[in-house]
Design a protein around this ligand. Structure first.
Ligand SMILES: Cc1ncc(COP(=O)(O)OP(=O)(O)O)c(N)n1
Ligand SMILES: Cc1ncsc1CCOP(=O)(O)O
Length: 525
């Protein structure tokens, strides 16, 4: 690219569609405001415009983009790009070939290419594309797509592949497109990072998230804020995440006790939203209160929006799944993603039916989670392992031969903390893996003790920005297990019934000194 031409910054890529304008603003105004809100590159995509009208519009838009120092690309139409002196073009697989476009436009123009497979991506990189538009990511109403949406993991596979190509002749850049908005931007950027190297896409491309709003500046600002958050708070490179990876277990223990203390002292009362199962809802609410949180059981899809800004963390538990509940879960997870609220996902009995497996796969594809908590059979089902089978909500057999490898690997793949419960609990964020050896067999004798673990995790992981999720998870796991030990040792506990009530008492009574002294934690990785 010549020095005088705008710099290629793909962070927030606006693809236009004048058919979406509300009527109160022209396309040129919309582009102008979107750039003021943070759009870094614009593609003029006018599928039905006559050539003359397209050129007239492109000239007007170019004035705005040039003033802002933002590149303007033209969708498909090399003739229009040449006529107006645009900064480049974006082409798809059915358009003029990359080689021909390069020959016509010369070496300094930007050429972006849509790719939907490893082969297409490789060819575009070898052919000298300046960037790739990988997708589609999610289903979109903006256009009819020929290839099924690939979801973030499909996009990541392509991104990872091109970055590994030997001897690249130029830097490889990429965005993804399709169904992206401020709600899913963080999840998409986080889950498309390469597994080896943690390298994020260069940005996100959107049409309707900006074009179909009355406030394009505000919409662009929201998107930019989410993209900034995702790039600064990468799962594996969070600013505060060195704590769990420190070699010194004393430092980890102290951090865990600090997280516990914040809640115990009352200096913070997390508002923990639960969409959980009918069997345990009351126990989970009481456990949350006993630990110093405040439970909120908002379940209807229509009422997810209003409280979302003040929710500290969200528990999604599929124990007694029904279709209407899934709609509520999706609405809650969407809001949680917008507010960067930690999500704890409890995939109860996910291996028991195809329906459960499908619901969880879709929730993970569309929203991801910050923590996934399950017993060995649930983690096996999610990780695609046959090693541990389930019977209803329980695991059969003696568990994994190498539980550390399973939780660590699954955590790396899902980019979240994985907590695998059992006689020994394993917790990993993909970099560090710990075992907690507290707890009591009576926990398995009452229903819902696993669900209460979900509550405990969410209570202590109440902020992505302020609590390292792995440290918070250790705090929750250790606290609830110690409460069980204390309850089981009491003389007034005669069996599961008395244990159940006493368990809640001991969650309430547990002190930070007890946590400090009695937590049995081991670093395994
Ligand atoms: C950034 C970006 N990525 C992908 C596309 C899709 O382009 P294409 O496959 O050519 O489809 P149409 O846009 O022509 O419908 C894009 N436009 N921009
Ligand atoms: C042009 C294009 N190419 C693949 S999906 C898409 C449209 C994306 O639109 P939206 O951001 O509104 O889902």
């Amino acid at each position: 690219m010549a020095a005088s031409e705008p710099k290629l910054d793909l962070t927030l890529y606006l693809v236009t569609d004048s058919g979406m304008l509300s009527g109160s603003k022209t396309l040129v105004q919309t582009v102008d405001e979107a750039i003021q809100g943070g759009v870094t590159i614009v593609q003029l995509r006018e599928k039905t415009a006559e050539t003359g009208d397209f050129i007239t519009l492109a000239r007007k838009v170019l004035k705005v983009t040039r003033k802002a120092g933002v590149p303007l690309l033209i969708n498909d139409r090399i003739d229009v790009a040449l006529a107006v002196g645009a900064d480049g073009v974006h082409i798809g697989q059915d358009d003029m070939s990359l080689a021909d476009v390069r020959r016509i436009l010369g070496p300094n123009k930007i050429i972006g290419v849509t790719v939907q497979s490893l082969e297409e991506a490789e060819a575009a990189v070898r052919g000298g594309a300046n960037y790739l538009g990988i997708g589609t990511c999610y289903a979109t109403l903006t256009k009819q797509v020929k290839v099924e949406p690939q979801g973030p993991s499909g996009i990541r596979d392509i991104w990872e592949h091109v970055l590994k190509l030997p001897n690249p002749t130029h830097p490889i850049r990429a965005v993804t497109i399709g169904g992206i908005n401020a709600y899913n931007a963080v999840h998409v950027l986080d889950s498309t990072r390469t597994l080896s190297g943690n390298i994020p896409l260069d940005g996100l491309a959107v049409v309707s998230a900006i074009m179909a709003t009355e406030e394009p500046r505000l919409a662009a600002q929201k998107m930019r804020a989410q993209i900034r958050f995702a790039l600064e708070n990468s799962w594996l490179a969070r600013p505060h995440s060195n704590l769990a990876s420190t070699e010194d277990l004393q430092v980890v223990r102290r951090a865990v006790v600090d997280v516990f203390m914040q809640i115990k002292s009352g200096s913070h009362t997390p508002l923990v939203q639960h969409i959980t199962n009918l069997v345990v809802i009351n126990d989970c609410a009481n456990a949350c209160l006993a630990m110093g949180g405040s439970p909120i059981m908002v379940t209807e899809p229509e009422e997810q929006h209003d409280p979302a800004p003040v929710i500290s963390s969200l528990v999604i538990n599929i124990g007694t799944l029904d279709k209407q509940q899934v709609v509520g879960m999706r609405a809650a997870m969407r809001e949680a993603r917008l507010h960067n609220t930690p999500i704890v996902l409890d995939p109860v009995a996910v291996g028991a039916s195809k329906y459960r497996a499908q619901v969880i796969a879709e929730l993970l594809r569309d929203f991801g989670a910050h923590v996934i908590k399950g017993n060995a059979s649930e983690i096996a089902a999610l990780a695609g392992s046959e090693e541990v089978k389930s019977r209803g909500v329980d695991s059969l057999g003696s568990g994994f031969s190498d539980p550390v490898a399973v939780v660590t690997e699954y955590s790396r793949r899902q980019r979240c903390v994985v907590v695998m419960t059992g006689a020994v609990d394993y917790l990993s964020d993909g970099r560090s893996t710990f075992a907690i050896r507290n707890g009591h067999p009576l926990q398995a004798a009452i229903t819902g003790s696993g669900c209460m673990v979900g509550t405990a995790l969410a209570t202590y992981i109440h902020s992505i920005a302020h609590v390292d999720p792995l440290i918070g998870a250790i705090a929750g796991m250790a606290a609830i297990n110690l409460a069980a030990e204390h309850a089981a040792s009491r003389n007034d506990v005669k069996g599961p019934g008395t244990f159940r009530a006493t368990f809640i008492d001991e969650m309430y009574n547990l002190s930070s000194q007890q946590l400090q002294d009695e937590m049995v934690i081991e670093r395994l990785l």
